[in-house]
Write a protein that binds this ligand. Sequence first.
Ligand SMILES: [Cu+2]
Length: 167
Amino acid sequence: MRALGTEVRNRRWTRLVLAASFPVALTVALAAEMPWAQARGRVIHMAAVEMKGGTQKEKEPYPEAPLPPGAGYIKTPPNPAGRWEVSAYQWSPGTIVVQQGETVTLEIVGVNGDVHPSTIPGLVEPFTVKRGEITRVTFTATKAGLYPIICTKHVPSMQGTLVVLPK
Ligand SMILES: [Cu+2]
């Protein structure tokens, strides 16, 4: 009786495992059926963002020294109410790590700034990220190393790093 009980429990357990793994198996099977799903490889989500901060000049004096030139930094002197602001355009995340030989797709959404003309020299053709839109950049990094992810408009701050780890 005891052995039978165990068998029934095992069968129930097997059924449960099969039921739970079915959606996973289905997803894998569907992904294999769709060439684009394979071609995209691992999807890495990124955003073009503008970090912003500000304060009152009475609390913190406005720093008169200019920031490095380029549209990446914006510093606004105190307004009539005494508030000043500073912002920096960046990629989020700023560092992307992939394996040598791995196919990945950067899926980039534009959040701040209207357009970001961009490039990853030596890896992909130039591309543009627009606010409210998704830009997908697919590549296979065959050579290990560090590659800059550059927005040519918001220099010098909007430069990330793509790390291709050696196999
Ligand atoms: Cu930009």
